[in-house]
Design a binder for this molecule. Structure first.
Ligand code: SF4
Length: 428
């Protein structure tokens, strides 16, 4: 089979893996080929919204496992291909030299067993780093169940590693991915965290401390293939951020690619749910929210009509409006329309003057939301009372009973979902 044909098959097979964004690498680039800057490798987006900035391929789409949701499962009759470590190196270096890519995102199906597959990934990474002197970004998948030694070796070559958790519970894994065990997925995550901690500690005393996955680890969770609620998903994500120092959890709306009696019949991927989970995830990571502040056993799923921060504020109207000239940073951060950057700007600006309502726009406060939750010099600037029902109607993004949200493709600048600033910065 020609390399181009293999590439076509393996790049197509990799497109369902969303965990490929890159950032935070600090690999030494002097005298070497390629550079993954601290600010991250450039990204672009495919038509289905996935990141394609790196050469994103599978080493092979021939897999011995049979996960019900996966196109590459062994029971599917699809064209199969496999690239050798040398072929992957050749493609990566060639594409890099042509300026097509900034690095490589390499995932794979399982060949023979976990250790054998890891050894092939290690060979590829070693050749790229040692033989081709490649210092570009490498994001490589770890194979659950592989030996500690192999995980340790691969982590030394990669900028970022990831183990996909895929489904939020052991129960769901048992039904849809019977070859996988939650423990075998969490164990390498814990090992990676410990190795990164060791690397960071050594770096303080040793100038040439050996790198270990300097851009951390990430994972992917499929949303909508199993019955778990948003609350269960966010509790798991919160655990991953706190206990294994996960850099990112990528949520991937379930895309039906197989017919399987254990899979739900969804007309389209639940993209709006994915979008709300990303917003809630942002609140966990940067706004000090806990999952049980956003959701409860009685109300376990995020609202589709308003973003999670607005939903929280509407449920806690007794705490609003807050006076922007006196509220502390954490209180400001809870105001819909005031993000991390704008809260910092408000605190800084207040040191030199008392803020007027007109100043808030310049500080990038999103007044179309914030004005219902603040006062400036004691004056409320909303055009309606601070009432939960009224505000819900005003701030809802249009997904009422007569709109089928699952049929709407997210648009980068669609005002139905968010304002432009929020989309670009992620701030809420
Ligand atoms: S392990 Fe499961 S999800 Fe991964 S490639 Fe194989 S069948 Fe697909």
């Amino acid at each position: 089979m020609l390399m181009l044909d293999k590439l076509h098959i393996l790049a197509d097979s990799a497109k369902y893996d969303a965990s490929c964004a890159s950032s935070g690498s600090s690999r030494n680039v002097r005298g070497k080929l390629g550079k993954a800057s601290v600010g991250g490798v450039c990204h672009s987006w495919s038509s289905d919204g996935r990141c394609v900035s790196l050469l994103k391929i599978l080493m092979t789409n021939a897999c011995i496992y049979d996960c019900a949701y996966c196109l590459n499962r062994r029971s599917n009759d699809i064209p199969r291909a496999m690239l050798s470590p040398d072929e992957i190196c050749e493609l990566t270096v060639e594409f890099y030299r042509k300026n097509y890519i900034e690095g490589l995102f390499l995932s794979t199906g399982i060949v023979k067993n976990a250790d054998y597959t890891m050894e092939l990934l290690i060979q590829t990474a070693r050749k790229l780093r040692k033989e081709h002197n490649f210092s570009g970004y490498l994001h490589i998948k770890l194979i659950p169940g592989a030996s500690e030694e192999l995980i340790d070796i691969l982590g030394r070559y990669a900028d970022r590693v990831s183990v996909n958790i895929e489904l939020p519970s052991q129960q769901s894994l048992s039904i849809l991915a019977p070859d996988k065990k939650l423990d075998a997925i969490l164990t390498p995550m814990k090992q990676v965290k410990e190795s990164i901690d060791t690397y960071k500690a050594e770096k303080k005393t040793l100038r040439r401390a050996p790198l270990f996955s300097p851009a951390g680890q990430s994972t992917q969770l499929i949303v909508g293939a199993t019955p778990e609620s948003d609350m269960q998903i966010l509790v798991l994500s919160s655990w991953l951020y706190k206990k294994v120092a996960m850099k990112r959890v990528y949520y991937s709306a379930y895309i039906p690619v197989n017919n399987d009696k254990n899979l739900p019949a969804l007309p389209t991927p639940p993209l709006l749910r994915e979008h709300r989970l990303y917003q809630a995830d942002w609140l966990l990571r940067f706004y000090d929210f806990e999952p049980d502040e956003l959701l409860s056993p009685a109300n376990p799923n995020l609202a589709t009509e308003v973003d999670p921060k607005t939903a929280w504020a509407l449920a806690h109207l007794d705490r609003f409006p807050v006076e922007v000239n006196v509220a502390d940073y954490n209180t400001l951060l809870r105001v819909p329309g005031i993000g991390v950057q704008s809260a910092r700007r408000i605190i800084r600006s207040r040191k030199v003057k008392r803020l007027r309502y007109e100043d808030l726009n310049k500080l990038r406060v999103v007044l179309k939301r914030a004005r219902y939750f603040i006062t400036v010099h004691g004056r409320y600037h909303g055009d309606m009372a601070c009432d939960e029902q009224l505000l819900f109607k005003r701030l809802a993004t249009g997904f009422g009973s007569n709109v089928n949200s699952s049929l709407i493709q997210l648009d980068l600048f669609d005002s139905l979902f968010s304002d432009r600033h929020s989309v670009i910065t992620g701030e809420l």
